[in-house]
Design a protein around this ligand. Structure first.
Ligand SMILES: [Zn+2]
Length: 511
């Protein structure tokens, strides 16, 4: 064992969590946060890689599926399924985000926990990646009985399904439109039209570059002995050298003028005829990094003030307007490097689209001008405070929620403990919010109304949308068939010319 390969960078008492947190750096560059909480037996481990995609082929998502298809120590095809059957786990999953891929496990049994950690470490660092795995999990050609060629694949099919949901299509447009210059401007899950562009070479090198200790953020939490955590990690990490693959996430440059985009989503002819009110409208702002935690917390509370409950003023104004059926837009998104805010309505008639956009802005203007009701502010502060403190995290283990919260800053090389130690900034925001200084009104002015990096997305139903996408796909497949036929003709010609048997294919013809 060489636990000395870990340098202890910092130890901090995390009073909010009744825990002690330690930050380590392994000789390979791997970052480790180890949280000892003697009161929580629900132990959590997670390994996260920063995996910013440069296109919408879904590479990070397909890789996430693929590493769970067998590894060096566990060559069975589906160790995942076997684990699910045999383990005492309280959580076991993997998530692809727009810029990271997380592999978390949790268990209350120590032995089971370390088994799961072992399986996950082996899976991410030594997966049995082959072109066949890429075909199965990503995409491949299939020929039916009539001889028609089509695309298939686990992620290809999954994303076809996902893209038939107007909500998902809307959410992707809202994010992508704000970040045209960064990794957030592409679809990390994969767009069905882009997935077949992914090659084996890209797939293999993405794993080599990014699934490396130098690009890993590793998290331990719970009541298990910390030495054992480092031992099991070192078994894997010590096989690697240091490496410097650049996975940093760029900042989006700011616009001086707001934008508008018009997009369509797929509906059946029938649905378009039923009623015209199926448009979606969302107004989106890029708020930037807001690196100080107090402002981040302030913005999260502002989100709750504006749209958190049915009585929240922005939600109420939108619903009561009768312009649409329900809210759309995800509110304040704080899990990426830069924060953005997205709000609007779905079920809108096309002639009312502009009125929705105007209503969002007018409502914010009147809140900034006339002030937000103090009772709404107080109730929102209490709710957010309760949520930060509560131990009930639904079906998710507490240590996992804390890991995701920590990663919201840690992944961008900031202090992993800041998002976990909320008492001081929360007290500051409460004092500001409850004073009569117009703190939240100021946030609306500075971050939303006075912010020209704004984009409105109009998403309209279109019965031709699916047909257009199918036609593009059909033409692409026809191109594949034509290419294949040409290739066969070339082979036949070359054979007819009786070349030497060792002659490689596609030798350029010399004059
Ligand atoms: Zn998936």
């Amino acid at each position: 064992m060489s636990v000395q390969d870990f340098e202890l960078l910092e130890t901090r008492e995390l009073d909010e969590l009744n825990s002690t947190g330690r930050i380590y750096r392994h000789a390979t560059g791997a970052r480790v946060v180890s949280i000892a909480n003697p009161q929580d037996e629900n132990k959590v481990f997670g390994i996260t890689f920063r995996t910013p995609p440069t296109d919408s082929t879904g590479l990070p998502h397909i890789l996430e599926h693929s590493v769970l298809c067998g590894s060096r120590k566990f060559p069975v095809k589906e160790p995942f399924v076997e684990l699910l059957k045999g383990s005492l786990k309280t959580f076991l999953n993997a998530f692809t985000y727009p810029d990271k891929t997380c592999y978390p496990v949790a268990s209350q049994s120590q032995q089971d926990f370390y088994n799961l950690v072992d399986v996950y470490l082996d899976a991410v660092f030594h997966p049995r990646l082959t072109p066949e795995v890429l075909k199965q999990e990503g995409w491949h050609y299939e020929v039916d009985e009539e001889g028609t060629l089509s695309y298939k694949g686990v992620v290809f099919n999954e994303m076809k399904g996902a893209n038939s949901s107007p909500e998902r299509v809307m959410a992707e447009h809202c994010q992508q439109v704000l970040f045209p210059e960064t990794t957030y401007g592409v679809d990390s899950g994969g767009h069905p039209q882009a997935i077949p562009d992914l090659t084996w070479e890209q797939f293999e090198s993405f794993h080599q570059d990014y699934y490396h200790p130098s690009n890993a953020w590793i998290w331990f939490y719970g009541d298990d002995p910390e030495d054992r955590r480092l031992e099991i990690l070192d078994e894997y990490l010590s096989e690697f050298d240091t490496r410097s693959a650049d996975s940093s996430v760029a900042l989006q440059s700011r616009w001086s003028e707001p934008k508008t985009i018009e997009e369509t989503y797929s509906v059946s002819e029938q649905d378009v005829d039923d009623d015209g009110g199926k448009c979606m409208v969302a107004v989106n702002w890029l708020l930037g990094e807001a690196a100080d935690y107090e402002t981040r917390l302030g913005l999260q509370i502002l989100d709750y003030i504006l749209i958190g409950t049915s009585a929240s003023p922005l939600r109420k104004a939108l619903i009561d307007s009768g312009l649409g059926e329900d809210l759309t837009g995800g509110g304040m998104e704080t899990e990426l490097r830069e924060i953005f805010f997205s709000v609007g309505l779905k079920g809108v008639a096309q002639e009312d689209e502009k009125r929705v956009e105007a209503l969002v802005i007018e409502t914010l203007e009147s809140l900034a001008r006339d002030g937000i009701d103090q009772e709404t502010i107080r109730a929102s502060l209490n709710t957010v405070e309760f949520r930060l403190r509560e131990n009930n995290t639904g079906s998710y283990p507490r240590g996992l929620i804390l890991m995701l919260r920590s990663l919201s800053r840690w992944l961008y090389d900031e202090d992993p403990f800041v998002p976990l130690t909320f008492e001081k900034p929360l007290a500051d925001v409460k004092a500001l919010g409850e004073s009569d200084t117009g703190y939240f009104e100021g946030l609306i002015r500075d971050h939303l109304l006075g912010n020209s990096h704004r984009a409105t997305v109009f998403l309209r139903p279109d019965a031709e949308h699916a047909a257009r996408e199918e036609e593009t796909e059909r033409q692409r497949l026809a191109g594949v068939v034509a290419h294949e036929q040409l290739h066969r003709l070339e082979l036949a010609r070359d054979e007819a010319a009786a070349p030497p048997p060792f002659k490689p294919l596609h030798v350029p013809l010399l004059p």
